[in-house]
Design a protein around this ligand. Structure first.
Ligand code: ZN
Length: 195
């Protein structure tokens, strides 16, 4: 690779050859492999197109290689603000009202009557879809977990975002309100197995 880089730097015709070959290989990966984006587009794999690009229209709107690069905003992209975790993170010891508030911010409820404030003492919770579960406050508040029944498959993040403001913070800035597709376990079969 060092030799190729050395020659490409000094011999323009060699560089062109390397660039053409690289482009050809990458195009083959994208267009001929079943896990390639170009392959999905050419073969009508709309679920993958929607999951990765939002919609077929958004995919088709991507400009060609010759288009000027967009100006990159400083900062860290669409999600510019610190997430709210639904409770006062500066508070030394939390109480049951903090747990209730955090649950409400996740579209659900804390069902426990009382809490000592021990983050490792399991409490009872209910999610926005009525599933009940027991989980340590640490797991909910610090580790970002929530209802195990709502974990995919099926993956239906838009429905969760509709009811869970905590999750909506990361979903809505990156997804169109019209993106309503549910992904089933079988939806991974198109790229499963082989190489
Ligand atoms: Zn749930």
């Amino acid at each position: 690779m060092r030799m190729v880089a050395f020659l490409a730097k000094r011999i323009p015709s060699f560089r062109k050859r390397v660039e053409a070959e690289t482009r050809k290989r990458l195009a083959e990966l994208a267009e001929k492999h079943r896990n390639g984006t170009g392959y999905w587009a050419a073969n009508g794999n709309e679920k993958r197109i929607e999951a990765f690009y939002g919609s077929r229209a958004a995919y088709d709107a991507i400009p060609g290689w010759g288009a000027p690069l967009p100006v990159m905003e400083s900062g860290d992209g669409p999600v510019k603000h610190r997430l709210s975790h639904g409770y006062d993170e500066m508070k030394a010891v939390l109480d049951i009202d903090d747990a209730r508030g955090a649950a409400a911010f996740r579209g659900g409820r804390c069902l426990s009557e009382a809490w000592t404030g021990d983050l490792y003492e399991s409490l009872d919770w209910e999610c926005a879809f009525g599933h009940r579960f027991s989980m340590k406050p640490y797991t909910v508040l610090k580790a970002g977990h929530w209802c195990p029944d709502c974990e995919g498959p099926p993956w239906r993040y838009h429905e969760i975002a509709d009811r869970n403001p905590f999750f909506a913070q990361v979903w809505t800035p990156l997804h169109s309100p019209s993106e309503r597709r549910v992904y089933e376990e079988a939806d991974i079969a198109d790229i499963a197995g082989g190489s």
